[in-house]
Ligand binder design. Structure first.
Ligand code: C2E
Ligand code: CA
Ligand code: CA
Ligand code: CA
Length: 278
């Protein structure tokens, strides 16, 4: 028995070594990828449900790995978070998205906001506000066209989060709570957070038409947001039935495959951006 256990222990150590090597390589790849410009951004439209007009974009990072090809964010974001590289990568996404949005406005397209996903590591950085301010100055983007998406879990430490958000809001930017309803949400806490918008998580939309409890969740979130004077955006809208339901709930904006998948900047420019009048 002891022998067996010794063996499996060895095997386990070996297994862990292998995992760590793969992890280490991927981390190095991410580091190199940033330098070699292997990352790019796709933009997904956010549409106003009353007017049908595109009012915003979400910036979603993509990795074109030289050997592995296109790697989805679900595979590299967790690694980037663990290793801390997300701070560097996240800053690159923020700067690139702001610069792109400013360029579109300069080219005469109707202004829309750009939403950028924040990692907890970025949000926890005491100098985060200064970094965002720096990017705004450097790119010249009007702060009201930048929206930072944070998640509920980042605001667990109430006091700290409120202070950080107050600082950020002083820049004149927008702040949204992403994946709303999946984390540790408490309505009481939401009231105290200086945020502009909540995004209802895609998982609640999936069966909102068939499942009455999902329907209740979505309509309660929308009602509450309206009551608190927050904007509500629904994620993952894939069909007309979901859209009609959301309209009845006074949901403001929606994002999902019904309108468009995330697309590269050029596609967005050709298919979705509108030249401003005059
Ligand atoms: P998320 O912030 O919740 O982003 C929305 C995800 O839903 C995107 O997946 C988008 O492609 C997908 N989606 C949009 N509409 C639909 C739909 O109608 N149906 C379905 N089934 N899916 C839809 P994506 O691009 O794979 O991103 C996954 C996650 O990776 C994001 O979830 C976000 O948490 C993270 N992520 C992406 N870019 C960044 C980034 O720059 N920084 C950080 N920290 N995280 C990022
Ligand atoms: Ca998001
Ligand atoms: Ca989301
Ligand atoms: Ca998310």
């Amino acid at each position: 028995y002891a022998k067996e256990q010794g063996l499996s222990c060895c095997r386990f150590a070996e297994y862990m070594r292998t995992i760590n090597i793969v992890r280490f390589e991927l981390e190095n790849d991410i580091r190199r990828g940033i330098v070699r410009k292997e990352f790019f951004i796709e933009y997904q439209p956010q549409v106003n449900l009353c007017t049908g007009k595109m009012v915003g974009l979400e910036a979603l990072v993509r990795w074109n790995h030289p050997v592995r090809g296109l790697i989805p964010p679900s595979e590299f974001i967790p690694l980037a978070e663990e290793s801390g590289l997300i701070v560097q990568l996240g800053e690159w996404v923020l700067r690139t998205a702001c610069r792109q949005n400013k360029r579109w406005q300069d080219e005469g397209f109707e202004p829309v906001s750009v939403s950028v996903n924040m990692s907890v590591r970025q949000f926890r950085d005491p100098s985060f506000t200064e970094k965002v301010a720096e990017v705004l100055t450097e790119t010249g983007l009007d702060p009201r066209y930048l929206d930072l998406e944070i998640t509920e879990s980042m605001t667990m430490d109430q006091k700290w989060a409120v202070n950080q958000l107050v600082e950020l809001k002083q820049l004149g930017i927008l702040v949204s709570i992403d994946d709303f309803g999946t984390g540790y949400s408490s309505l009481h806490y939401l009231r105290k957070l200086p945020v502009d918008r909540i995004k209802i998580d895609r998982s609640f939309l999936e069966e909102v038409v068939q499942d009455s409890s999902d329907a209740v969740i979505v309509s309660s979130i929308a009602a509450m947001a309206n009551h608190l004077k927050l904007k509500v955006t629904a994620e993952g809208v894939e069909n007309k039935e979901q859209l009609e339901f959301l309209k009845r709930q006074n949901c403001h904006d929606a994002q999902g495959y019904l309108f468009s998948k995330p697309v590269p900047a050029l596609r967005l420019e050709q298919d979705f951006l509108v030249k401003a009048a005059g």
